[in-house]
Write a protein that binds this ligand. Sequence first.
Ligand code: ADP
Ligand code: MG
Length: 535
Amino acid sequence: MVVTKAAGDRRMAQSGAFKDKSKPRDIRSSNITAAKAVADAIRTSLGPRGMDKMIQAANGDVTITNDGATILKQMNVMHPAAKMLVELSRSQDIEAGDGTTSVVVIAGSLLEAAEKLLSRGIHPSAISDAFQRAATKSVEILTKMSRPIELNDRESLVQSASTSLNSKVVSQHSSQLAPLAVDAVLKVIDPTKDHNVDLKDIKLICQLGGTVDDTELVDGLVFTQRPAGANPPRKVEKAKIGLIQFCISPPKTDMDHNVIVSDYAAMDRVLKEERAYILNIVKQIKKAGCNVLLVQKSILRDAVSDLALHFLDKIKVMVIKDVEREDIEFISKTLSCRPIASLDHFTPENLASADLVEEASTGGTNKVVKITGIQNMGRTVTVLVQGSNKLVLAEAERSLHDALCVIRCLVRQRALIAGGGAPETEVALRLSEHAQTVTGVDSYCFRAYADALEIIPLTLAENAGLNSIATVTELRNRHAQGEQTAGINVRKGAVTNILEEEVVQPLLVSTSAINLATETVRSILKIDDIVNTMQ
Ligand code: ADP
Ligand code: MG
């Protein structure tokens, strides 16, 4: 163990017992520093004028993104406390889907506030408890300033989806993507009954080619695979669709095997056998009246052999192979049919019906197979996302996911608040007013908590190139005069009524950010030692 001179002196000064009282303090301070560094790293990405990050992975893959959760997930952080912030962003992603940058920025700012309180000699537990009470109060204030909405208020829904999309790389397409996200969510739920959305019911299919503007909502299924075979049918009307999980190819043993055929007659027999085997399957398919076959990918052997494709071509069956195992559930829900696991069950009642299965060209040069006009279609929807290059396409998909999450938040908790730093400023103001009514340590901590929340408007102003101090001061004044919805208008570069700018966000995103950030800060404060079990 290396003991520096200063530390040694300090120990000597302490009463006889060899007890390092400074250790918990050092650990805490190192944790706070590490976590704050993470928050600072993504601060510049916050808001509509925030910067994007380019992340290069070890294998050379490049990602361009503005999404906090994505940036942090790809960042290689080592420090255990810094990892907590990465997890924090992930929790927010799961809980609300949006606000993943805000939550980390708030946590960083709260940690800085806690550090100052600690240096004043306030006990970490006292700070932690006070922060919890402050968070509860903040959520109360936010809830009070929120406005309830109905799910048939389409305009408000589109506005909140746009707010989320406006801070993304693909923001110029937000006018097209926002209504699409709203329609997609509304299609998969029953607005009167459902209070949650299963995003698994919305399938995002990414296709390279075209532009983000060509992104479309498809009432049915989309496959990016081309129909298999040499000359397959490209269009099938009045389709009878079979979703199969068995293979149409010669069976193989589980073990590695060799069959040595030495004479011509034997070889002929083998080929004949195979032909008969496959012909039998194809006949059954024809008998059931099936004309579109979706085949699950097989890892053991070819799911459909060339010979089988040849026969299926002849009887004019369109074959889509390589359907992923994890997509089967979505497909069978959409088609309202069960996947067929063996040939015995390949009967007409197990097939799904659709008006049209067609290979259609998309915006670009690529083609996809679309199944539309499905009978008894389940409550699902497919979004065909397009982009001109891989980076834009991936970010478009992530952004659309965020927008879907925003609408999901509104289905869960049907309330909206203004954006643009307005809620944080309002909470900061009301909370510091509240701090004056309490006494003792709580009063200090509440005020520190309130000031820490102003990091959001401060950062939004900073990122938009405004004078941050002047902007936040004006914001504070306007809120003190009762303008609850005064926020930072990045387009005009001034403080205005942000509702007129149509910048609104779900209440759930903000409350969850405050709750989760406080929770993480509290746990960081309570750590006084790091025990390393690694050698
Ligand atoms: P997050 O990952 O936390 O969602 P964003 O980069 O999406 O981060 O930024 C969200 C913040 O930007 C919110 O505080 C929101 O109120 C604010 N914001 C979004 N659009 C605007 C806008 N047009 N004008 C001002 N503020 C905006
Ligand atoms: Mg956002």
